[in-house]
Design a protein around this ligand. Structure first.
Ligand code: SF4
Length: 350
């Protein structure tokens, strides 16, 4: 499918209605009350993979601690991770700091205003660079996220990638409001499962709605293969005993975050064999279990109290602590949500 000049002209009234709808219905969100490019950038990064309501308190705390590009460029790793703790995808925060350092070196601590310059910075992909360029600087850069893909593929009843269409549609509209109105419509009206077409400003132009083919768009992505991992985490029998800790490696899942003694296995059987072979004096005693779900992995975890020195001495699976800390100190360190769940088990009443 291609968008001819007359198709574009026909869609213009529908998009004018969308922009009016946005002005009347946009949610009152803190990052919509600012034109500060740095604040807009922070919000856009936090909103990736994360719900709006979750992001709001993180956004305020982050900007209180790092109010500008310079403070973020100089952020201490532990302070940065502590503020990001619970948002997940921790590489996003470290990439932001690296990009802030580039902005200090190359642009005097400011964000560059064009998508072409933004996209060269660490962590800026096509989406983030277009969002910042259009919302903060009014550039004609089209943002395509999951919400926009859903709206445009239904509007045009197309199975093709939608970036090319949005690039053409944005030309005759205010880019900031055009992008935000499409994203808002996808987030609040044109939902995946139950779009509210009767309340939609695009309904009279929407081919999928008119042809009753909404469920066909957008085309479903292939199902992601989820790998199962089995884990055992050990804590001391007495919660007032110092807990052994180490930082995870610099790359991969939960890079540089702290963890308690955690052992991972390919199968439930391998974990059971490991537990069976523990020496008697390790006195492992199960405290609880949980499943932690990531995009590509499901980590089935059992938490044990144990004679911790015996666990650390195991020759077959060496786990070397870098430090010991009280439970209160552990809580205050940068931890993944996964390790926080372990602490929840330790702290819940028997
Ligand atoms: Fe989505 Fe329905 Fe609006 Fe079409 S009419 S864009 S399917 S909400």
């Amino acid at each position: 499918m291609s968008l001819s000049a007359s198709n574009l002209q026909n869609l213009k009234p529908a998009f004018d209605r969308l922009l009016r709808w946005y002005q009347q219905n946009a949610r009152d969100l803190p990052w919509r009350q600012t034109q500060n490019p740095y604040f807009i950038w922070v919000s856009e990064v936090m909103l990736q993979q994360t719900q709006v309501n979750t992001v709001i308190p993180y956004y305020h705390r982050f900007l209180q601690r790092f109010p500008d590009v310079f403070s973020l460029a100089n952020a201490d790793d532990e302070a940065l991770m502590a503020l990001w703790q619970g948002l997940g995808y921790y590489a996003r925060a470290r990439n932001m700091r690296a990009a802030a350092q580039q902005m200090c070196e190359l642009y005097g601590g400011e964000l560059p205003s064009s998508q072409a310059e933004l996209i060269k910075l660490k962590g800026f992909g096509p989406y983030t660079s277009a969002a910042v360029a259009s919302i903060a600087f009014g550039q004609k850069a089209a943002c395509v996220d999951g919400n926009v893909t859903r709206v445009i593929s239904r509007l045009l009843a197309t199975t093709e990638p939608v970036q090319q269409f949005v690039d053409r549609l944005i030309i005759s509209h205010d880019p900031s409001h055009f992008n935000q109105s499409l994203m808002e419509l996808g987030a609040t009206v044109c939902s995946k499962q139950s779009p509210r077409c009767s309340a939609c400003p695009l309904s009279s132009a929407c081919r999928a709605f008119q042809e009753e083919r909404i469920a066909e768009f957008p085309v479903k992505k292939k199902k992601v293969l989820v790998k199962e991992i089995y884990a055992a985490v050990f804590i001391p029998h007495q919660p007032d005993t110092p807990f052994p800790l180490r930082k995870r490696p610099a790359s991969g899942r939960w890079a540089h975050l702290y963890e308690l003694p955690t052992f991972e296995f390919e199968s439930a059987r391998a974990r059971a064999a490991f537990l069976k072979d523990l020496p008697h004096h390790a006195q492992a005693n199960e405290k609880g279990a949980f499943a932690h779900i990531l995009t590509h992995q499901r980590i089935m975890t059992q938490v044990f109290s144990a004679h911790i020195a015996s666990i650390l001495d195991l020759p077959s699976t060496p786990w070397t602590p870098s430090q010991f800390a009280t439970l209160d100190t552990v809580r205050a360190l940068p931890l993944s949500r996964y390790q926080q769940k372990v602490l929840d088990i330790i702290e819940r009443p028997e």
